[in-house]
Design a protein around this ligand. Structure first.
Ligand SMILES: Cc1ncc(COP(=O)(O)O)c(C=O)c1O
Length: 376
């Protein structure tokens, strides 16, 4: 079996540091350490007394208590703190799936669980969100994708790349599908808190079924990707099994990540971070919409219900990977091709960024579109 790289992350690793305009990231404009500490009403001083030791390997208790408090009946023992949600997802696949097991995955999606599972030798089946119905869950495809052999169902909610938030009925349909065959339900909820059109937070799958595993972290809704802090909330047997793998992969997250993560999740600070994120997302999408309107016949988008992302359909005679590389090489602008999600003729565009940056970078995209339309 040949190793399959993670195409989206490789694109970011290769190019994001060298382009003038990066719209390929999936978070909001990040928070300064100073801002975070000011939100907490603390200066830098107390942080300077942090002993740069290893933290508790499964995550400092104070942080695990903050995380557990975000979920109905979870306890600190249900929580494992990881290096980003990425480590959480990777550990889950490599702990709960054996070669030959079936995974049913929602598409389009952030392809980490699917790619890691394929590398593990799992059999992948998929079910769909339907763009023509505002990314509604296609329940028929769910029925086909989940079989007696399904060991795991994986969803990202709110969704990357479409920004879709599942309705209660759609969540119930997924839970029932998992329950019917006793499958693990992995819910990557890193975009909960990034709601664009409403102020109530997207509910978690956690607690809706005894085999739900919730994944989350500080990179998206909190604007703190540089802390590299994520977590899993799972039944204790699973948390312990993951912890044993975590000792092999990274030992622990960093001490500063644990300390600052606890600060970020204090209710007063958390509220401010989420408000900041939503402001950036709402303003950024409004600007993106205006910029896309320069080429109304080319671009169309289902407005994202959440996230900093828009999955924009375009009508041009060029495939998405080629288009992204023309944008990069001719305009120094980076976006993610729909090909990374198995849906060509789309661009994933991140827009929760500073207004001037957005206008200038998206202006360059519009210039390239004009050139393509003119046959250049
Ligand atoms: C759905 C989803 N899960 C996980 C990750 C990884 O995030 P982290 O920075 O927490 O490792 C991303 C990053 O884009 C994502 O979009």
């Amino acid at each position: 079996m040949e190793f399959e790289p993670f195409a989206l992350e490789q694109l970011l690793s290769d190019w994001e540091q060298t382009v003038d305009f990066n719209f390929a990231e999936s978070g909001v404009y990040p928070v300064l350490l100073r801002e975070l500490l000011e939100m907490a009403g603390e200066g830098v001083e107390p942080m300077l007394d942090t002993l740069l030791n290893y933290p508790e390997v499964n995550g400092d208790l104070a942080l695990r208590e903050r995380i557990a408090a975000l979920y109905g009946d979870a306890k600190p023992e249900n929580v494992l703190v990881t290096i980003g949600a990425s480590e959480a997802n990777y550990l889950l696949v490599n702990t709960l799936l054996e070669p030959g097991d079936e995974l049913a995955v929602m598409r389009p999606t952030y392809m980490q669980v699917e790619g890691a599972a394929r590398n593990r030798g799992a059999v992948i089946r998929s079910f769909n969100l339907d763009e023509t119905r505002g990314w509604a869950l296609d329940t028929e495809s769910l029925t086909v994708a989940v079989t007696e052999k399904t060991k795991m169902i994986a969803v990202v909610n709110p969704n990357n790349p479409s920004g879709k938030i599942l309705t209660e009925a759609e969540m119930n349909a997924i839970v029932q599908a998992a329950d019917a065959v006793g499958a693990w339900l992995i819910a990557d909820e890193v975009y909960a808190g990034t709601e664009r059109e409403r102020n109530d937070q997207t509910p978690s799958f956690q607690g809706r079924y005894d085999k739900v595993i919730a994944v989350n972290g500080l990179s998206k809704a909190y604007g703190l990707p540089g802390l590299r802090l994520g977590w899993v909330v799972a039944p204790e047997t699973v948390t312990t099994a993951l912890w044993r793998r975590h000792e092999f992969t990274t030992i622990s997250a960093s001490m500063l990540g644990n300390r600052l993560g606890e600060v970020a999740l204090r209710p007063k600070v958390r509220d401010q971070l989420i408000q900041r994120t939503r402001r950036l997302i709402r303003d950024g999408f409004a600007t993106l919409e205006k910029m896309l309107a320069s080429h109304r016949d080319v671009f169309s988008v289902v407005p994202p219900m959440a996230s900093a992302l828009s999955f924009v359909r375009y009508d041009l005679p060029i495939g998405s990977t080629d288009l992204v590389h023309r944008l990069r090489s001719e305009k120094s602008v980076l976006m993610v091709p729909g090909d990374c999600f198995g849906l060509d003729q789309h661009l994933r565009i991140s827009s929760a960024l500073q207004e001037g940056y957005l206008r200038e970078g998206l202006g360059r995209m519009n210039d390239l579109v004009s050139n393509i339309l003119a046959g250049r």
